[in-house]
Design a protein around this ligand. Structure first.
Ligand code: EPZ
Length: 436
């Protein structure tokens, strides 16, 4: 397992180019199952989760390969195995995103149930209820979802009593080939959902209302191939902007969309950060310590988009550890997304938990320490804390980070970070690890 070692205390300055979004690319790849033709993907990030999804599509019989221009070609016309085995699903729960497309394309599918993970139980009951409303017969046997729709899927009116991102994506994809109209109420409004809807329309789907709480899909007999592009990774962008803020520096991120980060940017402005942006870039300048300026504390509550993203909660907590005053951070989406709290405390942070709320009292500095990554975004908060801490921070189990951040140490080195990756011969990823 690799470790990342950081010598902290260096203000970061410069520009970082943002990669395609992991959480957009995963449903986009699953959508290839629906297409009667080759789909060419631009801006697919090179991440562990992406290669897992590629392996899953190939396992089903699809042709999957990168060309010399770094575009990914996926052709599922030869695919004939509508399955997603546990060996793959256990390493990436987003594998459940193939269920709707497989059912719509083949009329049956066997997809292993994703287990829980570090941040919560994360059931997919709403995905299954929606597919049943569309005419699927679903049984769960020995941890495998066995779904059949011998007459094909039909349109339905579906109301999500909890906003679910991949639930919205799964059912939107299934509905593209269903007979008749499907309306999804209380749908997720994330930019990744809109990217998927835009891409499905390029392949011939009839979808309206994406980005609002109500999405309407008119089923069509088939979808054709085409070229689609992944949007920028807004979570990566905000993570690197936070690296500049927490170290007292000045970072610009490019090839990104400021509109996707409204909640985050509004919040950090109230903390005294200077924010500038253009069509495809954002610049954040930390309060100037030399002028006696300090990062101010604030409170956040995570919410479905356009609220404050749960995927930025851990990173924002790292910022608030060094802010002036006390901050309350409430995690409203997942039941156990505070695994980073104990690790930050090892670095001198003053945090205590009261149910789903963390109360953070700002301290004057953090100190480097050996810490352990527990899930993808917790890992990012430890990197941020290490960049700001005095001394050396060693982060183990960095395979969590590699699932969501492309070449993280390379991108941070470009802006002055003293960060190295050390490969160790220790046992590979512990067996049975489940991932968020
Ligand atoms: C997506 O996960 C993202 N993953 C997550 O990003 C993100 O944190 C999450 O949305 C929330 O924004 C991908 O897009 C691949 P949900 P998802 O269904 O779709 C409950 C990261 O760090 N729920 O929106 O799995 C669920 O338990 C990852 O990049 C049900 O109860 O999340 C949770 O409490 C982590 N039943 C809430 O809804 C269901 O059938 C929101 O979950 C589905 C969800």
């Amino acid at each position: 397992m690799d470790k990342i070692i950081i010598q902290g205390g260096v203000p970061l300055h410069g520009t970082i180019e943002i990669s395609g979004a992991k959480n957009a690319a995963l449903p986009l790849l699953a959508a290839a199952i629906l297409a009667d033709g080759e789909v060419i993907y631009q801006r697919i990030p090179h991440l562990k989760d992406i290669s897992t999804m590629m392996t899953l599509l190939a396992h089903q019989g699809a042709d999957v390969m990168f060309d010399h221009k770094n575009c990914l070609h996926v052709d599922t016309r030869m695919a004939d195995k509508p399955v997603a085995p546990y060996e793959l699903v256990k390493t990436m729960r987003a594998s459940a995103l193939v269920l709707g497309p497989l059912l719509a394309r083949f009329g049956h599918a066997e997809v292993s149930l994703p287990g829980g993970c570090a941040i919560g139980a994360r059931p997919i009951d709403l995905h299954l209820k929606g597919l049943e409303a569309m005419g699927a017969h679903i049984e769960v046997e020995h941890g495998v979802v066995k779904a059949h729709a011998p007459q094909g899927l039909h349109g339905a009116r579906i109301f999500f009593d909890i906003v679910t991102v991949t639930g919205t994506e799964n059912l939107m994809m299934a509905a593209t080939l269903a007979k008749g109209e499907t309306i999804i109420e209380n749908a997720a409004r994330e930019p990744e959902v809109v990217n998927l809807a835009d891409s499905l329309r390029r392949l011939g789907a009839k979808i309206k209302g994406d980005g609002s709480g109500t999405i309407t899909i008119q089923g069509v007999p088939s979808l054709h191939g085409g070229t689609i592009e992944t949007i920028a990774d807004r979570i990566e962008a905000a993570t690197y902007l936070s690296a500049g803020i927490i170290t007292g520096g000045d970072i610009t991120v490019t090839k990104t969309n400021p509109a996707d980060l409204e909640a985050f940017l509004t919040k950090i402005k109230t903390c005294g950060v200077k924010v500038d942006s253009g069509d495809d870039w954002i610049r954040c300048q930390a309060p100037k310590r030399e002028n006696g300026e300090k990062l101010k504390s604030t409170n956040i509550q995570t919410r479905p988009h356009p609220g404050f993203p749960t995927d930025l909660q851990a990173q924002f907590m790292a910022l608030m550890c060094l802010a002036e005053g006390t901050s309350d951070i409430t995690e409203s989406i997942f039941e156990n997304r505070f695994m980073h709290v104990q690790e930050l405390a090892r670095m001198g942070a003053d945090i205590h938990l009261d149910g789903h709320t963390a109360i953070i009292r700002g301290v004057s500095q953090l100190s480097g320490a050996p810490v352990m990554a527990t899930d993808l975004r917790a890992s990012a908060s430890l990197v941020l804390a290490g960049l700001a801490a005095q001394g050396t921070t060693t982060i183990s189990r960095v395979y969590h980070i590699d699932r969501g951040y492309e070449r993280i140490e390379e991108k941070l080195k470009q802006v002055g970070a003293q960060i190295e990756r050390h490969s160790t011969s220790e046992q590979l990823i512990p067996q049975g690890m489940l991932y968020d």
